[in-house]
Design a protein. Structure first.
Length: 255
């Protein structure tokens, strides 16, 4: 009787194990510094109220957004330094003094004659830190945010959106300022002259469904966005669109 009980218990255990879903460990970020750099967007928040300095690493180049001007340069890891191998090429907008100083700081970070060492701490893979230690003893720490490519582990489609000039009510599509405001967008196929291009149907989305995009009321905008497919989900795509570095905040023109 005892043997039968043990046999019954073992059978039940095997059945339970067979029915239990296997939980996969989340993919870990590589310890390779190049891989870590390209897997995140890096931000340094100045002690004042200025916009953050942002770094993007891709295809052996670093892109910088200083809060006013933006641009980039090729880079390499040389020993314990992270340096630009050529001069930065930046846009040439006139910037307030404080933002002009941030532009100088952003490019100096990669100057081998000013940088002492750089370090990467990926202990927290959700928010790793990239720290530049300078020869003048100053130190600047950037916090990483996963790129959507790293987050979703999929290759995005690049879409062109036209954004309607006016905000739309999220509730009933009427212009009511007291209600949450949404965007009206449609996809544009970038083929041929404007009048001959294929234009999709207008759709209403929430503002936060296009990350890092701020719409200006009463202006049309053309923006490039990334749309990420989902694997093994009921929905085919991620609900959020991501602006591409080349699109900036959109190309605006009056309606």
């Amino acid at each position: 009787m005892q043997v039968k009980s043990i046999f019954f218990f073992l059978c039940c255990s095997v059945c339970l194990l067979a029915c239990t879903p296997v939980v996969q460990e989340p993919k870990k970020i590589s310890l390779d510094p190049e891989k870590i750099l390209t897997s995140y967007v890096w931000q340094y928040q100045p002690p004042n109220e200025n916009p953050p300095i942002e770094l993007n690493f891709e295809n052996n180049s670093v892109g910088v957004n200083t809060g006013c001007n933006a641009g980039g340069a090729p880079y390499k890891i040389q020993g314990k330094k992270l340096i630009a191998t050529e001069s930065f090429v930046l846009t040439a907008m006139g910037c307030p003094d404080e933002l002009a100083k941030q532009e100088v700081l952003a490019t100096n970070l990669f100057d081998q004659d000013k940088q002492a060492i750089f370090t990467l701490d990926s202990t927290n893979i959700a928010q790793p830190t990239l720290t530049f230690k300078m020869l003048d003893s100053q130190q600047y720490s950037f916090v990483g945010k996963m790129t959507p490519e790293t987050k979703y582990q999929s290759k995005p489609e690049i879409l062109t959106f036209e954004v309607f000039p006016h905000f739309i009510s999220c509730e009933n599509n009427s212009a009511a300022s007291e209600r949450p405001q949404c965007l009206k967008i449609r996809e544009i196929k970038e083929v041929g002259l404007w009048e001959n291009r294929e234009k999709g149907q207008w759709q209403i989305i929430k503002q936060d469904q296009i990350e890092d995009y701020q719409h200006i009321e009463n202006t049309y905008a053309m923006i490039l966005v990334k749309r990420f497919p989902l694997k093994d989900h009921k929905r085919p795509y991620v609900d959020v669109y991501y602006t591409t570095p080349m699109s900036g905040n959109g190309d605006y023109y009056e309606p």
